[in-house]
Design a protein around this ligand. Structure first.
Ligand SMILES: *Cc1c(COP(=O)(O)O)cnc(C)c1O
Length: 471
């Protein structure tokens, strides 16, 4: 299987090349030439597989340039009960109103990003070793992405990680999670500024071609194809756990920002998984909800992005959306390029009024959840089920309850655990004790390691020069 760019001006590549890439050289996103289709007999065989076996069965269809034994080894080392808390890796539970919860957040940083990132960490290490290369990962984070990346790359050979975070702007839990790491290849830098300042520094470093080449700089952001691929697996696993046989159809409801998680659901549906509807749940930053209800895609600027109580969805440009639009436009790269030029110029674009057809063909439907909605949903679930859900998951559950048809099986993605977002939990249900996995008990008491720097890209460069073992 070869990978091509949505913009059509990048020569086809193999999986391992795409794995280490961000944007394609032509500015597009990489994706497979075609999505494989799964026959009924294969789906039947897959129903009984363990998580790592299923992951291997799916990924081998997309990965042709890593020997099967090696791919299997990477996957088996990644998806273990020791890392994800259970054999099932992504178990499903059912709320008293019948809504099913797909538990994606039992990994080391208590958010769904671990599932893909842990795979990426092991896959990176493998590919770098094969090639005899080193890589320096630089990222900016306001919380979830940075910690998931650090926990995936800690202690890995030939990888150096520099993570910038806004000084004093993260929650106690998030700070403790990142800054308590003691691995020699993980470097936390707190910038005296905001998240956007951190991101600007990352951009400045990436645009310095000499510096970029010297350190083999790369990032692990949400457009990375390896992350999308790893996420496809749990849609299959969740489907099997929620149904008795393959004649049943289910719908998924996914709290969304960058369209990364649900993009994997969309691909699973294209592959033939019996998914009825894909419900996109947004918070107050509702660019995606606007698209699926009006056909207009109008990304907003950072200044127009609301700061909400489901902060990991405070995104106004859905960076993975281009993968879906490419398919929607029947793989016409010229059209995609034209539309994204309109996005870049700040206009956004509108599609002709065939929304009902799009919804019919691809199953997408959307809903929006505000602070009031999510607090109410957390409270209701606590009252009826005696359990806590995190604010992002609550956006999904609230939207699913609103959109659900009678007899529709809806599986909601649990994208984080409540322990990460205590403040909103307390607002919803008062002063309760929030359960935590054993591994993060007492996390805040550990010594923290972070270097605080002024908001200046040159200081960060000097630090990278100083701390990176020479190539
Ligand atoms: C990243 C994240 C999301 C949004 O996922 P996308 O793939 O960007 O749509 C939702 N919830 C949590 C907790 C996250 O960390």
């Amino acid at each position: 299987m070869r990978y091509i760019s949505t913009r059509g001006r990048t020569a086809p590549m193999a999986f391992s090349d795409v794995l280490l890439m961000g944007l394609a050289p032509d500015g597009g996103l990489m994706l497979p030439e075609t999505y494989p289709t799964i026959e009924a007999a294969t789906l039947e065989q897959w129903r009984v597989l363990s998580y790592p076996e299923l992951a291997f069965a799916i990924m081998r269809l997309f990965v042709e340039d890593i020997p099967e034994a090696d791919l299997r080894d990477i996957i088996t080392r990644t998806y273990t009960p020791a890392v994800f808390g259970s054999e099932a890796i992504t178990p499903v539970r059912t709320l008293s109103d019948g809504i099913k919860i797909l538990e994606l957040s039992n990994g080391p940083t208590l958010a769904f990003k671990d599932i893909a990132m842990q795979f990426l960490g092991n896959a990176f290490e493998y590919v770098l070793k094969q090639r005899g290369e080193r890589i320096t990962i630089i990222g900016a984070t306001s919380g979830d992405t940075g910690s998931a990346a650090e926990y995936a790359l800690r202690g890995k050979d030939n990888v150096e990680v520099f993570m910038l975070s806004p000084h004093g702007k993260m929650s106690d839990f998030q700070r403790a999670q990142m800054y308590s790491l003691t691995d020699a290849n993980v470097h936390n830098i707190a910038i005296e500024g905001m998240f956007d300042d951190c991101q600007d520094i990352v951009k400045a470093l990436q645009q310095d071609a000499a510096f970029k080449a010297k350190h083999n700089l790369s990032t692990v952001n949400s457009i990375n194809w390896g992350r999308i691929l790893a996420q496809i697996v749990y849609y299959f696993k969740g489907y099997f756990a929620a149904t008795a046989d393959n004649s049943e159809r289910v719908s998924f409801c996914v709290p969304s920002g960058n369209f990364g998680n649900i993009c994997a659901g969309h691909i699973a549906r294209e592959m033939g998984l019996p998914i009825d509807r894909l419900m996109v749940a947004t918070n107050e930053n509702d660019v995606l909800h606007e698209f699926f209800s009006t056909g207009n895609y109008r990304p907003r600027r950072a200044a127009q992005t609301f700061v909400t109580s489901s902060p990991s969805m405070d995104i106004s440009k859905a960076s993975n959306f281009e993968r879906f639009i490419y398919l929607l436009l029947q793989k016409n790269s010229e059209d995609v390029t034209r539309l994204w030029n309109d996005v870049a110029s700040g206009q956004g674009f509108g599609l002709p009024d065939n929304l009902a057809e799009i919804s019919e063909r691809y199953g997408f439907i959307s809903g929006k959840s505000t602070h009031t909605d999510r607090v109410m949903t957390i409270r209701e679930v606590y009252q009826t089920d005696g359990e806590l859900i995190d604010p992002h998951t609550a956006d999904g559950v609230g939207v699913a309850r609103r959109l659900r048809k009678p007899n529709e099986t809806v599986i909601c993605a649990e994208t984080a655990l409540p322990a990460k977002f205590a403040e909103t939990i307390f607002e919803a249900v008062g002063d309760v004790s929030i359960p935590r996995p054993q591994a993060s008990v007492g996390l805040e008491d550990l010594p923290q390691h972070v270097l605080v720097l002024a908001n200046d890209a040159n200081l960060v460069k000097a630090e990278i020069d100083k701390l990176t073992p020479s190539n």
